[in-house]
Design a protein around this ligand. Structure first.
Ligand code: UD1
Ligand code: CA
Length: 450
């Protein structure tokens, strides 16, 4: 394995015209993370000392995303999108102050495994340039790797520039390329744009290097790793591949899914052992599910923690800051936002629990609403341990219900309730015996007269 220090250059200056989007391609995402976020994560896993991101002009949002995902990353602007070699050269200051290996990654190939990138870097022990290759089912649009008799890469021919014979070559350029050369800026500075696109191709570094006696080795990976995202269909294909991988990994680690194809995971979903997940569950970013929790069908989670042994759903919604403790039950049509439910608490039906705490073992009745918002500010509701909130109660925050207290069904609670008390806010019930039959008789006599 290479000991040389590593600079990773991520190319993200292309708008991605084929996406037909107002947003730069780097900001489109899979599994809840932008393509740029995936590339930066890969760069960190592989262990880059330095990371440079090349962006286009007017890409403030791409710059912001890069800094959010990897603070301290070096950003470079490519003035005009005149090709991948020109894009790498935009990072010339980073290349010139760096004396080790360089790995170039395209932002639009997010599925390349870290182990593959390590193999690519390891190939620099035997070659000056290592090119990631793959054999796609449909090679249209990819550059072809043209190998010499020794199995080295003699040239990479872009699809547009290739002859029929060259197009018949199955091995394609995945885009990731590693360099251990005396001067990458020197090499790329000699690339010309006399090709079908009029662009400066990074891939021309192979032929130019060869004339200097530099050897290029192909390193082959699985086709699905190398999928390049140029269109929305390819984005959806990449998403599907990511999801299949993530589900397989979860199941291998001890998660049960009875219909895995219907479970959508985020890049960072953390699932404990013996978690079971029913069909049609969506995990947005930032969700952790601890051991043995049961997730019932049709639930939606973002930014939430689900404690060990908890049972959540069907049709539950956990929003950011939902902290569901161990053995808690959250039932159908219950929404939790920025609120904790401590061990063993229950909210089994139809409730909104926002900006609050529900103490251990407390019971939240059907239809209970935490009235957290007055139109201007959010306020906190605190329900003590073992408290019992009757059905259809409205808890008007800020309000505190003491440990073990009862709240009568239908109450609107706007003042604190002390521990072990009963609070009930309800008009008293009137019962008038025989009223119904008298009422009916009166109505029927009026009808006859009419
Ligand atoms: C490129 C390769 C092709 C390979 C394929 C793999 C070249 C010339 N072609 O083609 O051999 O099979 O990827 O997916 O390298 N970019 C810039 N500035 C530019 C142009 C591109 O930053 O001026 C960035 C893009 O944002 C993108 C990457 O470079 O992340 C690749 O550019 P793209 O236009 O998608 O190249 P392909 O036509 O897919
Ligand atoms: Ca591409």
């Amino acid at each position: 394995m290479s000991q040389a220090s590593l600079l990773i250059v991520i190319l993200a200056a292309g708008m991605g015209v084929r996406m037909r989007s107002r947003r730069a391609k780097a900001l489109h995402g899979i599994a809840g993370r932008s393509l740029l976020g995936h590339a930066l994560a890969a760069a960190k896993v592989v262990g880059a000392q330095d990371i440079a991101v090349v962006v286009g002009p007017d890409m403030a949002a791409v710059r912001a995303e890069a800094l959010a995902q990897a603070p301290g990353v070096a950003l470079f602007e490519q003035a005009t999108q005149s090709g991948t070699a020109d894009a790498v050269l935009a990072a010339a200051p980073a290349l010139e102050r760096h004396a080790g290996d360089v790995l170039v990654l395209f932002v639009d190939t997010p599925l390349i495994e870290a182990s593959t990138l390590r193999r690519l870097l390891a190939a620099l022990e035997q070659a000056n340039i290592a090119v990631l290759g793959f054999e796609p089912d449909d090679p249209t649009g990819y550059g072809r790797l043209l190998l010499d008799a020794d199995g080295h890469v003699a040239a990479i021919r872009e699809h547009k520039d290739a002859t029929a014979d060259e197009r018949a070559q199955r091995l394609c350029n995945a885009g990731a390329m590693a360099f251990r050369v005396p001067s990458l800026t020197g090499l790329l500075g000699r690339v010309r744009n006399d090709n079908a696109s009029g662009e400066y191709y990074l891939t021309d570094a192979i032929t130019l290097g060869r004339s200097d006696g530099l050897l290029a080795a192909p390193v082959v990976c699985a086709p699905e790793e190398a999928l390049g995202i140029n269109t929305r269909e390819q984005l959806a294909t990449a998403e599907a591949i990511f999801q299949r991988r993530a589900r397989t990994k979860a199941m291998r680690e001890g998660v049960t899914m009875i219909a895995p194809d219907t479970v959508w995971l985020s890049y960072d979903t953390a699932l404990g052992r013996d978690v079971s997940i029913e069909p049609n569950v969506f995990f947005g970013p930032g969700v952790t599910v601890e051991d043995g929790a049961q997730i019932l069908a049709n639930s939606h989670f973002v930014g939430a923690r689900i404690g060990a042994g908890a049972r959540v759903g069907p049709f539950a919604r956990l929003r950011p800051g939902a902290n569901v403790g161990p053995d808690v039950h959250i039932g159908n049509f219950v929404e939790v936002k920025n609120a904790s439910l401590e061990a063993g608490a229950k909210a089994n039906h139809l409730a909104y629990i926002g900006d609050g705490r529900v103490g251990a073992g407390a019971n939240i009745g059907a239809g209970t609403i935490f009235c957290n918002y007055d139109g201007f500010n959010k306020h906190f509701t605190d329900v003590g341990k073992g408290a019992f909130i009757g059905s259809n109660a409205a808890l008007v925050a800020p309000v505190k219900i003491g440990d073990g207290a009862y709240v009568g069904a239908g109450s609107v609670i706007a003042r604190n309730v002390e521990a072990e008390a009963l609070a009930i806010v309800r008009a008293s019930q009137q019962v008038r015996p025989g009223w119904a039959s008298k009422f009916r008789a009166l109505m029927q006599s009026r009808k006859k007269k009419a």
